[in-house]
Design a protein around this ligand. Structure first.
Ligand SMILES: [Zn+2]
Length: 262
């Protein structure tokens, strides 16, 4: 799968700031699907064309944003590092950020009178934005375009901090099937109950705090402008954060889809 993902990315033209790479977004959707009620499963299946799989469409929103630049801000929110938390006025006016888009698309998804194309699109946006919201750098900014301006050298490979968190670190973790099994195992019923509560705003603040504590907090001292040297110790600290963020994203996507058929 990783080879296919790499090929797909090469075909698409690698682009920074796209949220978890294809693999991360697929993992989120696969975790969510495992937690759907039978009614929610039927609901989701009914919104897709025959043969379509939600996990294959988890990065569709990143593809359409190439031609719909107005959708660009929907994928993230720049909460400034050093601030207390997400602030609607400062960070999301006029409701043009991920924290506003998730409830907006949930509303369309829940609206059974909405036309089928609009509901399908709402589902695809929800499936994708649940992932993006949990990529810490999609809810944090250090005057560096969410880490896109921070050059890093990860185990000898030149990349950007944002790209490292989208896919570089995941590629350094166990391969997709092993990772999926590991993540699924960690999701206890107690965690499902705990994580399903809250709002996209609160979930965004969790990402923001993960960015503060880990993504930026564990960067070694470096000269301005010089690439930051990162290695195994950074990867070891990042891995549990990535795992729990992907788990939470999957659980919360399931919660959104499950409550629409209650
Ligand atoms: Zn995205």
């Amino acid at each position: 799968m990783r080879k296919i993902t790499a090929l797909l990315l090469a075909m698409l033209g690698a682009h920074p700031a796209f949220g978890w790479g294809v693999e991360g977004h697929q993992l989120v959707v696969r975790i969510a699907e495992g937690l759907l009620s039978p009614a929610a499963k039927t609901d989701v299946r009914g919104a897709l064309a025959p043969g379509e799989k939600l996990e294959d469409l988890a990065s569709w929103a990143d593809e359409v944003r190439r031609t719909h630049r107005e959708m660009e801000p929907w994928h993230f929110v720049d909460v400034p590092l050093g601030s207390a938390a997400f602030d609607w006025q400062r960070d999301c006016a006029p409701d043009d950020c991920i924290v506003a888009k998730i409830p907006a698309f949930e509303k369309t998804w829940q609206d059974r009178t909405a036309n089928a194309a609009a509901r399908r699109e709402a589902l695809l946006f929800l499936a994708h934005f649940a992932g993006d919201l949990h990529q810490p750098l999609h809810c944090a900014d250090n005057h560096d375009k969410g880490g896109n301006d921070v050059a890093v050298n990860f185990l000898g490979e030149a990349t950007k901090l944002h790209t490292l968190w989208d896919s570089g670190l995941i590629n350094h973790m166990p391969e997709e099937e092993a990772l999926f099994a590991m993540l699924q195992q960690a999701i206890t019923p107690q965690r499902v109950a705990e994580w399903s509560a809250g709002t996209p705003e609160q979930w965004c603040n969790e990402s923001f705090h993960a960015a503060e504590a880990t993504v930026y907090g564990l960067l070694p001292p470096h000269a301005t402008g010089a690439p930051v040297e990162l290695g195994e110790s950074y990867a070891r600290a990042a891995q549990p954060v990535i795992e729990v963020q992907i788990e939470k994203a999957g659980v919360r996507l399931a919660a959104i889809l499950n409550r629409s058929v209650r």
